[in-house]
Ligand binder design. Structure first.
Ligand code: SF4
Length: 397
């Protein structure tokens, strides 16, 4: 098992950053002998998910001390040079036949063996994403099955035996508190499909957040589409929410219209208006947006959008597209690793210029960082600015 803290310097090596980007682009194959039963049990609670919002089709793992979600199920992963094999009880990462080093797979969370008084397994209510307890509180979206459906999204793929379609505030409060106490969860991430064309589900998710906050006291990020009335943001804040994710997905309007017609109705400027108010309510760095790379976008528009967002205090959570089986983009190719690396480099510089920092995030995707390699570049930027502070950037495990 690697000493994670002592690896913090190595994390800044060019080879390590290339490794992270390639793993996220190519995915990882898992050899049969690797024991995923620790985390992926017969009853169905997965260490990797095949659908839903959030890190779908991803295996959670630590690579050189850095938390990562890595594609595992998609067809293109079969061509990945990376494979996890097991030897003597240690999980090892290979690139071809070359040993990269040991990796750590998360242990099966203790809450996955628990259920509510009326018999609902906790893992159908929320899942542990490394050290964040996360739930898609309503597993449906008004766009699903219509021309407005987002092509990359799998929200209604995970239903039936894998989850319950609507989680109640009381259920979420119970599970999140148990995750805090038994599995060391440090924050809560709640997301939802778009439930209507008014508040988009922000008010229901806030009721859930209020119950979770009262029971657990954990920092909470909630994610929703721009509401029609921006006063909804004040109600979200009053519920005790610490941070919000309002996800534009791409700053290229032509791509947005093609792959997310429902979201495109709000338009790029609609997102900026919403973020402006959200930053006033929640503060700089407490508002994030996903920015997906690899959907045919003009890179200059992405950089321009990220620059504008960071200047207003919005953290652009840049991630490579993960074509998820069952979605409308399941046959898309993941983006080129060099392209992703170049965007991490430029966007991390913008984040630093704007005085933002993922280590200041209280909750949600910017705090966790496992779906993006951006934080590795942020650390590099900091180290270049001040080599003496490198030790500060030791990673969580
Ligand atoms: S708005 Fe798009 S990404 Fe969000 S749940 Fe609906 S279809 Fe999925």
């Amino acid at each position: 098992m690697p000493d994670h803290a002592s690896r913090s310097h190595d994390l800044l090596d060019l080879d390590d950053r290339q490794l992270l980007v390639e793993l996220q682009s190519f995915g990882v194959r898992v050899a049969e002998e690797v024991d995923l039963d620790l985390v992926e049990m017969a009853a169905g609670a997965p260490s990797s998910r095949r659908g839903g919002a959030g890190p779908s089709d991803a295996l959670f793992l630590w690579v050189r001390g850095l938390p990562l979600t890595v594609p595992k199920h998609s067809g293109y992963v079969g061509g990945s040079p990376y494979e996890i094999r097991s030897s003597g009880g240690t999980d090892l990462l290979y690139r071809g036949e070359e040993l990269v080093g040991p990796v750590r797979l998360p242990r099966r969370p203790r809450i996955y063996d628990m259920e509510t008084a009326d018999g609902i397994p906790y893992w159908k209510i929320a899942l542990l994403h490394l050290d964040s307890i996360a739930s898609t509180v309503v597993q449906r979206c008004i766009y699903w099955g219509t021309p407005e459906q987002c092509h990359f999204c799998g929200i209604e793929l995970t239903r039936g035996e894998q989850t319950i379609p609507v989680k109640t505030p009381a259920q979420l409060a119970e599970v999140c508190t148990a995750a805090r106490d038994l599995d060391h969860a440090v924050d809560v991430t709640l997301t939802t499909g778009s439930l209507n064309r008014r508040d988009r589900g922000a008010l229901y998710i806030s009721r859930c957040a209020a119950a979770v906050k009262e029971a657990s006291g954990l920092p909470i990020q909630v994610q929703f589409e721009p509401p029609d009335d921006l006063r909804v943001l004040d109600e979200v804040h009053r519920a005790g929410v610490d941070a919000v994710g309002i996800h534009i997905e791409t700053f290229d309007p032509a791509v947005l219209a093609r792959v997310a017609a429902g979201k495109a109705q709000c338009g790029v400027e609609g997102y900026f208006s919403t973020w402006e108010r959200a930053v006033e309510v929640f503060g700089r760095g407490a508002v994030t947006t996903y920015v997906l790379l690899g959907m045919g976008e003009d890179p200059a528009l992405i950089e321009e959008g990220c620059r504008r967002a960071t200047e207003m205090g919005v953290y652009p959570f840049v991630v490579p597209l993960r074509p998820v089986p069952g979605t409308l983009m399941e046959n898309a190719e993941p983006p080129d690793a060099d392209y992703v690396a170049s965007m991490y480099r430029s966007v991390s510089a913008m984040i630093a210029d704007a005085g933002l920092d993922h280590t200041a995030a209280k909750a949600g995707c910017a705090r966790c960082q496992a779906c993006s390699g951006l934080s590795a570049w942020e650390r590099l930027t900091k180290k270049e600015e001040s080599p003496d502070v490198a030790d500060f950037f030791s990673v969580r495990t």
